[in-house]
Design a protein around this ligand. Structure first.
Ligand code: GTP
Ligand code: MG
Length: 445
């Protein structure tokens, strides 16, 4: 995504990567406060975080020359990492012809600028990187607009922040070489105008999509949404159970636009299965908001399948992250009026024998947890069966009197409903049945 306003305000590295033909040579740094990570055992290990950052960087097709941890005693206000480390990085950048340094943390605009000056290379932070990936992936009009909106909101917030920061350091005006107040004011106005325009366009697109959705609701099939941490295996599972060919790759955020497919469950019940964008820890809130419209599909789902990478060392923390984002979207797990959530413990094939056994026992204890592998297919039938069972709970309970001579109705009831009670009287058979409301409606016609 490029600087589309043409106003010349700083683009924080965005759009920069796509313009170059050869692959960028990149360093990935994960800075972390040492005491912090030791203090909370629940936190991810820094090495796992670094690995995730590398995965993110790989998603924008750059050449990763080196990825390293930067343990800090304390975050430095000016440069985040210490001056010694900045010097080291500058030497490395020079020696290895590095184009870009990715900091897996949130940098203030000032920190970013100081780092760029100190290291003598382009610097971006985690949010900018995620925005970059999303900009790369978006391939519907709506996706593109959402990403641009997120991008603008991100920049606007940075302008404000950098401005207040400069205010506080008053005296040395232009101390950091940042734009003066008037420049910032006019930049803000340009961005605000652009945001208003995009919001309007988005509303238009969303309205069209809502119409589509309304049309879909006329074919009233329950919607089942696959959600989960990025790379958990949603698309692989989606493909497995729908025989579709959605891009499934060992790449973070392979899926951006939701994909829907109709499938028939063994009971004959038809559902719509929906594959969605993956979640990630510290997903910038501007992005959550931008993807709200897309994720609304999830909100309207009748059942949510939370796909988890059970083989991942951070699977528990990833689960918390996903549930956090769901909560932000208004899905309260376990709440009366929220859709039921099934947990698909995926990648069972990667588990060691002991782990596999333990997880099997664990999942057997809970009806809503299913151990499976989207890759090998093992356990997928169990998930489908559980979906079938859950949806049958939405069945109507009806009591009907069927005359003896109406053999056809009796036969249909025996074949298509669950008979809870039956009794014979003079007028015929009285059945109490649990029946799918759609099938029932159709049959009664
Ligand atoms: N071994 C193993 N690998 C799997 C399994 N399911 C998915 N994978 C692999 O995990 C990687 C990510 O799979 P995807 O299906 O693209 O994951 P996703 O959740 O759709 O990811 P995003 O769309 O990026 O959020 C791919 O390399 C898959 O081949 C599984 O059950 N076992
Ligand atoms: Mg996917």
């Amino acid at each position: 995504m490029s600087d589309q306003s043409g106003s010349g305000w700083s683009t924080d590295g965005l759009g920069y990567l796509q313009n170059k033909v050869e692959r960028q040579r990149v360093l990935v740094i994960h800075p972390f406060e040492q005491d912090h990570s030791a203090a909370s055992a629940a936190a991810r290990s820094p090495s796992a975080r670094l690995e995730e950052a590398v995965g993110l960087a790989e998603a924008i097709n750059v050449e990763i020359v080196e990825a390293s941890l930067a343990p800090l005693r304390r975050i430095k206000p000016a440069t985040f990492i210490g001056p010694g480390r900045v010097d080291e990085l500058r030497l490395q950048v020079e020696a290895e012809e590095i184009d870009l340094v990715i900091f897996d943390c949130e940098l203030s605009p000032i920190q970013q600028r100081n780092l760029e000056r100190g290291i003598k290379a382009k610097v971006i932070d985690r949010t900018a990187l995620i925005l970059e990936i999303f900009g790369d992936r978006a391939n519907t009009k709506e996706g593109e607009l959402q990403v641009e909106l997120a991008h603008l909101v991100y920049q606007k917030s940075r302008l404000v922040r950098s401005w207040t920061h400069l205010e506080r350091q008053r005296g040395g005006s232009g101390f950091m070489g940042g734009p003066g107040e008037t420049q910032i004011e006019s930049d803000r106005r340009i961005i605000t105008d652009r945001i208003t325009k995009i919001r309007r366009q988005l509303e238009q697109v969303t309205r069209t999509r809502t119409l589509h959705r309304a049309r879909r609701q006329k074919a009233p099939y329950p919607v089942v949404a696959l959600v989960g941490y990025t790379n958990a295996g949603k698309s692989t599972l989606f493909n497995r159970v729908t025989d579709a060919e959605v891009l499934a790759e060992d790449m973070l955020f392979a899926t951006l636009d939701p994909t829907m497919r109709r499938i028939d469950l063994p009971s004959g019940r038809t559902i719509i299965l929906s594959d969605t964008v993956g979640f990630i820890s510290e997903l910038p809130t501007t992005l959550v908001a931008a993807f709200r419209a897309t994720l609304e599909e999830v909100l309207e789902a009748d059942v949510i399948v939370h796909v988890r990478d059970a083989s991942h060392e951070d699977t528990e923390i990833q689960k918390q992250d996903v549930e956090g984002v769901l909560r932000e979207l208004g899905v309260e797990i376990g709440a009366e009026d929220s859709a039921p959530v099934l947990e698909a413990m995926n990648k069972a094939d990667l588990l060691g024998a002991e782990e596999f056994e333990a997880l099997t026992t664990y999942c057997e204890r809970y009806q809503d947890k299913i151990l499976l592998s989207g890759l090998t297919g093992e356990g997928c039938d169990d998930l489908i069966a559980e979906l079938d069972r859950l949806l049958s709970e939405k069945n109507l309970i009806e009591t009907v009197l069927v005359p003896y001579e109406d053999g056809a109705t009796q036969a249909w009831i025996r074949a298509n409903t669950k008979i809870l009670d039956e009794s014979a009287s003079e007028d015929g058979m009285t059945f109490t049945i649990s029946v799918d409301p759609i099938a029932w409606g159709r049959f009664r016609k």
